[in-house]
Design a protein around this ligand. Structure first.
Ligand code: PGA
Length: 249
């Protein structure tokens, strides 16, 4: 039985003051026993979230990490630093990293390996653009993104990570994939992994991301291959995010 996960990607939003209010509101929410909740604040606020959430079931993670372990890499953050402040999760390969900052599937595979080396759980983000979907390239794009990780890290790594399927056309656009559209892709992802290892494929958690709202969450999370959500905009609103958490229980 795969546990449900609701993850909140804060992206480049927040301040000490606004985070405090959001974290306090989230701590007051009741977290169902069968749901894991993880938030991903910007780096400068990670320790604020980590300390604030110490007595809470909610976990904090980082939005990105370096492929390097330390040294002369100005502006980079190493996985062991994320681990050092007590965090256990990190996003890798978010579509904004891939499209705006040139992260190729090969780099994303190296970041996945770097995370695992530090015993962090990577949330590996994959997904196609609108043009790719319209050209019926969705499965090819996902295959390339997954294959790069399999080739660099081996299939066993999929027993130590979480996948987030995020169609780029649904991110921040208000256009959620329909539960059936998302389910079809999630089933494809699971089948693709099953070709290498059926046991790992059955256990890997695959989250859906892209304009998830409280109003759309339940129908998505009820789909057999959707194990929760990676939530952007709606994760900044405590009422909305709490309702999404409830929808996963
Ligand atoms: P969104 O973002 O919910 O605002 O579409 C999701 C994400 O980018 O992870």
């Amino acid at each position: 039985m795969r546990r449900k996960i609701v993850a909140g990607n804060w992206k480049m939003n927040g301040s000490l003051k606004s985070n405090e209010a959001l974290l306090d509101a989230l701590k007051k929410a009741s977290i169902p026993n069968n749901v894991d909740v993880i938030i991903f604040p910007p780096y400068p606020y990670l320790i604020q979230a980590q300390m604030n959430l110490q007595s809470s079931a909610i976990k904090a993670g980082a939005q990105n990490l370096s492929i390097s372990e330390g040294g002369a890499f100005t502006g980079e953050i190493a996985g062991n630093m994320i681990k050092d402040i007590g965090c256990n999760y990190v996003l890798v390969g978010h579509s904004e990293r891939r499209t705006l900052y040139g992260e190729t599937s090969a780099i994303v595979a190296q970041k996945t390996a770097a995370a695992i080396k530090q015993q962090l759980t990577p949330v590996l983000c994959i997904g196609e653009t609108l043009a790719e979907r319209e050209a019926e390239q969705t499965q090819n794009v996902l295959t390339e993104q997954l294959q790069a990780v399999i080739e660099h890290c081996g299939i066993e790594i999929f027993s130590k990570l979480i996948i987030a399927y995020e169609p780029v056309w649904a991110i921040g656009t208000g256009k959620t994939a329909s539960p059936e559209q998302a389910q079809a892709v999630h089933a494809f992802i699971r089948c693709f992994i099953a070709k290498s290892d059926a046991k790992i494929a059955a256990l890997v958690q695959v989250l859906y991301g892209g304009s998830v709202k409280a109003s759309s969450a339940k129908a998505l999370f009820e789909m057999p291959d959707i194990d929760g959500g990676l939530v952007g905009g709606a994760a900044l609103d405590a009422t909305e995010f709490t309702a999404i958490i409830s929808a996963a229980s």
